[in-house]
Design a protein around this ligand. Structure first.
Ligand code: GLU
Length: 281
């Protein structure tokens, strides 16, 4: 049997809700069917929003659901040096630039250019003298990945990047990767030493993840992740995107629907099985 290592990677920004429970079941069920392993990873890189008490609550909820994971847990906030090394490596390869623009500034510039809100960002490095001026003035910045530099660096490989997508019925498709959906992503953030795409791909590679199973809301992430994997020489997992549990408004459940939190469902006396049925898994 080929090796099957997957992971569940929640961010402790709030209490887990039905949607997380559904996601966890998809992950554990796939591993069970394949006779594989599940690793649990706490993605707490957003230092402003993540809290240790939510990590504790995640562990309690998963244990209550009857899901077991391998120790030791990987807690991303203990490994900022690892992610920093990735950004430095990409910088040494000539693939990054410092971006001093604020979000508001970017939104304004994009609107002026007639681009829709949230359009992928495409920038370029400042001139050395302008950059030196900004640094001297102590202006905060993020490191961005330059897609045009990546394209040049990888040559023909850039346009042939693809990934394997496993559908819910087990069928396998090859998807052409479209990093341009993301634009020049932030590799670091002004309020955090790393960004999701860096920490997630780094840890998937480090932990030998062969299968990434996550919600459809993160379906686009694979388009960027395979680019980072190609640049860093990391192996590529197979991707599966499971359907989301929708709220009463037909939209993705958000953590703010506290009534749907696993802790409150448990307090109401529901059993893990009843929760599973409620999540439609
Ligand atoms: N930490 C992410 C979340 O909670 C999941 C990331 C992933 O599975 O790649 O939405």
């Amino acid at each position: 049997m080929t090796e099957f290592v997957t992971r569940f990677a929640p961010s402790p920004t709030g209490l887990l809700h039905l949607g997380h429970a559904a996601s966890a079941w998809h992950v554990w069920e796939a591993a069970r069917r394949a006779g594989g392993r599940v690793l649990l990873r706490i993605e707490d890189i957003d230092l402003g929003r993540c809290r240790p008490e939510f990590t504790d609550a995640i562990l309690e909820d998963l244990a209550w659901l009857g899901l077991a994971w391998e120790e030791p847990l990987r807690v991303q906030s203990n490994h900022f040096d690892d992610y920093d090394r990735v950004v430095r490596r990409l910088t040494e390869m000539g693939l990054t630039y410092r971006c001093f623009r604020s979000r508001t500034q970017i939104a304004q510039e994009q609107a002026e250019a007639g681009l829709p809100p949230g359009a992928p960002f495409k920038g370029s490095p400042l001139s050395p003298s302008e950059e030196a001026r900004q640094l001297e003035a102590g202006r905060p910045y993020t490191w961005r990945l330059s897609l045009s530099a990546c394209r040049e660096y990888l040559g023909d490989v850039y346009d042939t990047l693809s990934f394997s997508l496993c559908s819910s019925d087990g069928g396998m498709d090859t998807m052409k990767a479209r990093p341009d959906l993301h634009g020049d992503i932030n590799l670091t953030r002004k309020d955090s030493p790393t960004a999701y795409h860096v920490a997630s791909t780094h840890d998937d590679a480090l932990q030998g993840i062969t299968h990434v199973i996550r919600g459809e809301d993160l379906a686009d992430a694979a388009h960027m992740h395979v680019l980072i994997q190609a640049l860093m020489g990391w192996s590529q997992p197979i991707y599966t995107h499971h359907p989301l549990v929708l709220g009463p408004d037909g939209k993705k459940l958000a953590k703010r629907f506290a009534s749907q939190s696993l802790a409150s469902l448990r307090a109401e006396g529901l059993t893990p099985d009843q929760v599973r049925r409620l999540a439609g898994v």
